[in-house]
Design a binder for this molecule. Sequence first.
Ligand SMILES: Cc1cc2nc3c(=O)[nH]c(=O)nc-3n(C[C@H](O)[C@H](O)[C@H](O)COP(=O)(O)OP(=O)(O)OC[C@H]3O[C@@H](n4cnc5c(N)ncnc54)[C@H](O)[C@@H]3O)c2cc1C
Length: 364
Amino acid sequence: MTSGKTDEPLVKENFPLKALNTFGLDVRARYFATIDSDACLELLLDQEIFRDRKFLILGHGSNVLFSSDYDGLVARMCLKGKRVVQEDSNQVVLEVSGGEDWSELVTYTVDRGWGGIENLAMVPGTVGAAPIQNIACYGQNLVDVFVSLDAIDLASGTLKTFSKEECAFSYRDSMFKRSEGKRYLVTKVRLSLSKNPVTDTSYHSRYDSIEDELRASARPPFTIRDVYRAVCTIRTRKLPDVKEIGSAGSFFKNPVVSREKALELRKSVPGLQVYPVDQLLYSQGGKVLVDDSTHLKVPAGWLLEEMGWKGRRIGSCGLWPKHALIVVNYGSATPGELLAFVETVREAFFQRYGIRLENEVDIV
Ligand SMILES: Cc1cc2nc3c(=O)[nH]c(=O)nc-3n(C[C@H](O)[C@H](O)[C@H](O)COP(=O)(O)OP(=O)(O)OC[C@H]3O[C@@H](n4cnc5c(N)ncnc54)[C@H](O)[C@@H]3O)c2cc1C
């Protein structure tokens, strides 16, 4: 079966993925397809390929760690397009296809003066993957601008629109990251952006602050473009460039712990910054499990730094010298070596603080 556009087969075999995952791991997919048109998607659905085989939807591969060659179908989401579906004097609702580049989308919105995602500049990946873990940074979360998304249930081939509530977003999580959500392909995402934006410059960490960056680079009143530029500067300084160093960003989530535990940590690590859990609900079956009154988020990177692990390297694996939460591949690491390194970090953290770090990255 061909894609229709060329004589190339729709599904290729033994396909190399090294250039398609930002860890740069030299792995292969037993079967591989690129979804770059509605026709191509329809063909794949008609053939019931997703029903017959184990599959993985791939965007830009910037939040996955392949544990070995993938013994199934890897389908790469490349559907493009964006359009305004609603507009008034205050806001615009933008509908964006899942294969669009997130970072380019942020630039596009800032260029038009539409606010709401400028702090999410330079987050690698596709628009379709953004809701999967509710991407967030520098004080903005995808959920804050999210309206709805369209996704195809690959088991039945039916299209469904999901509201914010149905996506069950929480900190670096959504329904789609859990087993019941893995059968969906996100095709379109709708975001509500403000035409009268209010900038959020409140973010600061142990080393960086948007306010400091703005004071050095712009004049008040600060615009969303100023904030966008400040975030780009901080990220360029602090994060590894995936074109040169393999990584998937923060490997672990910041732990959410009880207020008592956070207090205990602050006694052993003086000055440790703690964060509110925010409005993000940690719920199951409609029941809120975690909220601001009982729990706090603690910075795992800071705690790893206290352990002397920032910048530590074992063979080709390491924790990034400028950001301890980022696991990097210095070039020739194998999946097994990276997995072993991650477990070593997790165990050392547990021995020191009694907290088991959870993965943010999807190990497949
Ligand atoms: C240097 C660096 C910095 C980063 N900084 C941040 C940050 O600041 N904040 C943040 O939140 N994240 C950050 N990340 C993580 C990453 O950018 C996001 O998770 C991003 O959304 C992943 O997009 P992707 O297209 O690469 O997804 P992939 O890695 O290809 O996929 C990730 C997961 O989503 C699923 N998926 C992807 N596309 C779809 C789709 N269309 N439908 C259904 N499922 C899908 C995949 O199956 C997989 O489970 C960073 C990563 C790197 C490498």
